[in-house]
Design a protein around this ligand. Structure first.
Ligand code: TYD
Length: 136
């Protein structure tokens, strides 16, 4: 899938004097069934996460607190998203190289994924990724 398919998705926001509420439904707000949720937290300043692609996994990345950048790269072009609100996220399609950086202190990155953790779905070698997408 091309980079243009990886976009910001705005989520419902129920505003209330008691506080705001946002929700995410699989196959409704995000274009896949949600099978797993994981989150990154206590990320030391200056750390980078990611630096890999997934063969088949679809993901949706939300900044739950603080801020960070998500960089997506299809092998030909790259796009940087600055995430700092929890009422939107970025859809990451399969075969997209990604990394996260510029984590603010106390930031929390939540990721919803279309499948359970499978190391065999990762492409961790940049050269192998570029070969696979025909950009080598
Ligand atoms: P990894 O996906 O490489 O981290 P990131 O992309 O955020 O930098 O995962 C780091 C480690 O955690 C790796 O040993 C695999 C393990 N892991 C799981 O066991 N289950 C999971 O759902 C995830 C995302 C990672």
């Amino acid at each position: 899938m091309p980079l243009k398919d990886c976009q910001i998705i705005d989520l419902p926001k129920i505003t209330d004097v008691r506080g705001n509420l946002t929700f995410v439904e699989g196959n409704n707000h995000v274009p896949f069934d949600i099978k797993r949720v994981y989150y990154l937290y206590d990320v030391p300043g200056g750390s980078d996460r990611g630096e890999h692609a997934h063969k088949e996994l679809h993901q949706f990345v939300i900044c739950m607190s603080g801020s960070f950048d998500l960089v997506l790269d299809d092998g030909f072009e790259a796009k940087r998203f600055h995430l700092n609100r929890s009422y939107y996220g970025v859809y990451v399609c399969p075969m997209m190289w990604r990394y996260l950086d510029n984590f603010s202190s106390g930031s929390v990155c939540m990721v919803m994924a279309s499948d359970t953790y499978k190391e065999s779905d990762y492409i961790r070698d940049r050269g192998e990724f570029l070969q696979a997408v025909g950009a080598a």
